[in-house]
Design a protein around this ligand. Structure first.
Ligand code: AQP
Length: 330
């Protein structure tokens, strides 16, 4: 039987190469052989304050970018999370089954908490994984392409789904994460022990934003932090900068790490960087062109509306089943 696959990205900043390699690339590769859903996680995007005008634009930017990256609405139900009310309702009901202790142990919560900590921590940040669990369980999704940072949240989704099934009878299918072999965690080019994140400031020299001017992107690659050893091989622990560059090259050219190491065995770091810069140009420019075509077209709204209607058909059935199981459908 065809499995259901789902993934989402928050409109919380500017889409990065890490987001592409960690989640969208695999989704696009797998979309035709699954019952596919992809959504813009705008409710998740509210877990840290954004100006309403900004988030509105980011939703549309991200929608156009998804399509430009190859999300195909002929095969995929493509929608904005808040257009399907069932996400919020199930998220609320799932949160009731979840313990504060397990939420506060989530790695992402712990690291983001430090940034928000000064003025107190919004509850949204803590309960983010319960909404994410609802996003997945609502569609009985079994495959979730994500980067390494989301692995823990998928495991929690399984736990929460299982807990509900045990208490109320079999209701949800339990998902598995699909983590890419290469590029599961693309690192910041200036600080290769930290994840590349889309909430980084636009002038951050270590973050590749897909919609940036290609010359800026090339400069960022050329000034990426490396080491003094001038030997090109993959060793994340001792050579995080070079290993990150190898992962990027490998992911955008679809070559294995071994193949990339072989190609650059006698080369210096400058050559590797130049090659990556020109491969990125080849890869990013067509995406930017397609993005510009989608971004201001009415078709974008039509695609999202149609996707939301389709998604709602699945989601409303599942929510009804949940209410019946809970005894709140009289
Ligand atoms: N650096 C990364 N390498 C590989 N995969 C990554 N992902 C994010 N950063 C990397 C994957 O992209 C998907 C979308 O992520 P999200 O929007 O749900 O939020 P996130 O994981 O918190 O991503 P960011 O870019 O770090 O956003 P901010 O800065 O807003 O927190 C996920 O599948 C994620 O694994």
């Amino acid at each position: 039987m065809t499995k259901t696959m789902i993934t989402g990205v928050q409109p919380s900043g500017n889409f990065t190469l890490g987001n592409y390699i960690g989640a969208i690339k695999n989704f696009v590769k797998l979309q035709k052989e699954h019952n596919s859903f992809i959504f813009i996680a705008d409710l998740h995007g509210l877990t840290s304050y954004q100006k309403p005008e900004d988030i509105k634009n980011r939703i549309l930017d991200l929608a156009a970018l998804y399509l430009a990256c190859g999300v195909d609405p002929n095969y995929t139900n493509f929608f904005v999370q808040s257009d399907v009310n069932e996400h919020g309702t199930l998220g609320f009901l799932i949160a009731f089954q979840c313990r504060v202790g397990e939420l506060s142990r989530m790695t992402q919560y712990k690291s983001k908490k430090e940034k928000q900590g000064k003025e107190g921590i919004d509850l949204g940040l803590l309960i983010y994984p319960t909404l994410m669990a609802a996003d997945i369980l609502l569609y009985d999704a079994e495959v979730v392409p994500v980067g390494m940072d989301q692995k823990q949240h998928i495991e929690m989704t399984r736990d929460l789904g299982e807990r509900f099934n045990k208490r109320y009878g079999s209701t949800f299918k339990l998902p598995d994460y699909y983590i890419p072999e290469v590029g599961a965690k693309i690192m910041n080019l200036q600080n290769p022990t930290e994840k590349m994140s889309k909430s980084a400031p636009i002038d951050d020299k270590g973050t590749i934003f897909i919609l940036d001017d290609i010359n800026i992107t090339k400069k960022k690659i050329m000034s990426a932090v490396t080491d003094n050893d001038n030997k090109i091989y993959f060793d994340e622990e001792n050579k995080p900068g070079i290993s990150n560059l190898i992962s990027i090259y490998s992911a955008i050219t679809n070559k294995t790490i071994k193949e990339v190491e072989g190609m650059f065995v006698d080369q210096n770091y400058g050559t590797l960087k130049k090659e990556i810069a020109s491969e990125l140009e080849r890869f990013i420019l067509p995406i930017q062109e397609r993005y510009n075509n989608y971004r201001y077209s009415d078709n974008l709204y039509k695609i999202l509306n149609k996707g939301a209607k389709e998604a709602e058909k699945y989601a409303s059935k599942k929510l009804l089943e949940v209410r019946e199981k809970l005894g709140i459908k009289y």
